[in-house]
Design a binder for this molecule. Structure first.
Ligand code: ADP
Ligand code: MG
Length: 434
């Protein structure tokens, strides 16, 4: 069991930490009991502070049951050749950068509508941690890039300087606290969190409803805030919507900057896709990109998942990724309309709405009275059918796909900027769906 646990830890932590803290340890298992022997008292403190929570988790994961862990000093281990690790500073005990994902950087974060505000805030904080927006509180729906952004901040800080960063999920923070309470080491727990320059908690909503954790977090927050250390939080909800949160915490979450992240618009989704495709080294033609970006609209993770799945299928079957293939492989994701809406329906209804002749839908007249309704119809086709841009273009008198893309973007932008128009279009679309 210990072998399995330490193998897993080896993957998770740096070689030097592994050699310093895990390699010197031996363990004996007795049924549900795992006794971990360490070379010294000092070592035991360090190990408990940094790794006890993770070891307990891994033990439970590997065995599928709860394992009773205990620690004891065995001085013979100290003389077995491995020199005792050099006295680490407090921060080292904290496993500071343990959970930061090096793949999430500012460089590979695509900025666009929906995330530009959060992105700018995150960058500002990475520039001058503790100085301006404290705490920084990012919130928004799943898969929109919150975790990515806070890791980008952490990575930027790591590459810049020796910032001591504690990065945790709300869940892990809670588990560590529970473990510390169990081990009677809450003082250590407290101290280690107060030594950091930057405290990042992802998915802070997890602590809502957990009184003891909130209490502890409250004190940590105050201690760090007072000495101008940066605190960064993410959540799936705004502070106001976090029910079961202590009032004192809620008000503190609002002290700095609260920023919400929104789903990316079409253009940004296309940019994200093309960047991810490039990173993955796959070629995806424009039609496929458009199909995915128009159908998967409010979760970047799903968009990424679609790309991964397409790539895997294409690699395994040796087929090229075209629209038909993509539709087939991703049929569950693409939310195909149950009742197919025809282009004719769309054109007819929109022509009637704007009081123009349906023939104008396929004409090349550019006067605003016909060009505008035509663009709305093109937009509606993109929203309501599974057709690619060139396919739609063909149905509007053989127009180029760039013309359709232009229309789609223009109408989307107008909807963003003009609330009345937005409502008008959503009414038209709802009517077409019926
Ligand atoms: P959240 O924490 O908001 O649920 P994540 O940060 O985990 O979302 O993002 C989900 C996935 O989408 C990640 O793989 C992330 O890299 C990717 N992603 C989200 N937004 C962007 C973006 N603007 N540019 C590049 N990748 C993004
Ligand atoms: Mg997340």
């Amino acid at each position: 069991l210990w072998q399995q646990i330490s193998d897993r830890l080896k993957d998770e932590i740096s070689v030097s930490r592994f050699d310093a803290w895990i390699r010197p340890v031996s363990a004996t298992q007795n049924g549900q009991k795992l006794t971990i022997a360490v070379p010294s008292r000092f070592f035991m403190e360090g190990l408990k502070n940094s790794y006890a929570a993770r070891i307990a988790e891994l033990a439970a994961e590997v065995t599928g049951t709860d394992i009773d862990l205990s620690y004891q000093v065995d001085t013979s281990l100290a003389t077995q050749g491995d020199p005792e690790p050099a006295m680490p500073d407090e921060a080292d005990l904290l496993l500071v950068d343990g959970y930061i994902d090096p793949r999430f950087t500012f460089e590979n974060f695509i900025v666009g509508s929906g995330n530009e505000f959060c992105h700018a805030a995150a960058q500002a904080v990475a520039e001058k941690p503790g100085a301006i927006y404290n705490p920084l509180y990012l919130y928004g729906g799943v898969g929109l890039g919150k975790t990515h952004l806070i890791n980008a901040v952490a990575n930027a800080l790591i590459s810049k300087n020796n910032y001591r960063i504690a990065y945790r999920t709300g869940e892990r923070f809670t588990n560590e606290l529970i473990q510390a309470i169990r081990n009677g080491s809450t003082d250590n727990f407290r101290n280690q969190y107060r030594q950091v320059d930057v405290l990042i908690i992802d998915d802070i909503q997890f602590i809502a409803g957990k009184d003891r954790t909130q209490e502890e977090f409250f004190h940590t927050f105050n201690a760090l805030y007072e000495i101008k250390k940066q605190i960064i939080l993410t959540s799936d909800r705004s502070p106001r919507d976090l029910t079961n949160l202590m009032e004192r915490l809620r008000s503190r979450f609002n002290w700095g900057l609260v920023a919400d992240i929104q789903p990316p618009d079409l253009e940004t989704r296309l940019a994200i896709l093309s960047s991810k495709a490039e990173l993955a080294g796959v070629h995806m033609d424009r039609d496929v990109a458009n199909l995915l970006a128009t159908r998967i609209t409010n979760n970047v993770r799903e968009l990424e998942g679609a790309l991964t799945r397409l790539t895997a299928h294409a690699t395994l079957t040796g087929r090229t990724i075209d629209v038909t293939f993509a539709r087939h492989v991703l049929r569950d994701l693409l939310h195909e309309e149950i009742r197919a809406i025809s282009v004719e329906d769309i054109q007819k209804q929109i022509a009637a709405y704007y009081n123009i002749n349906i023939r104008e839908m396929s004409s090349s007249k550019r006067s605003r009275t016909v060009a505008f309704p035509r663009q709305v119809a093109m937009y509606a086709c993109k929203e309501l059918t599974t057709m690619s841009l060139p396919e739609i273009g063909a149905r509007f008198g053989g127009k180029d796909h760039t013309t359709i893309l232009y229309a789609v973007r223009k109408i989307a932008k107008m909807r963003d900027e003009d609330e009345d128009f937005d409502e008008e279009v959503s009414r038209i679309i709802a009517q077409l769906r019926r």
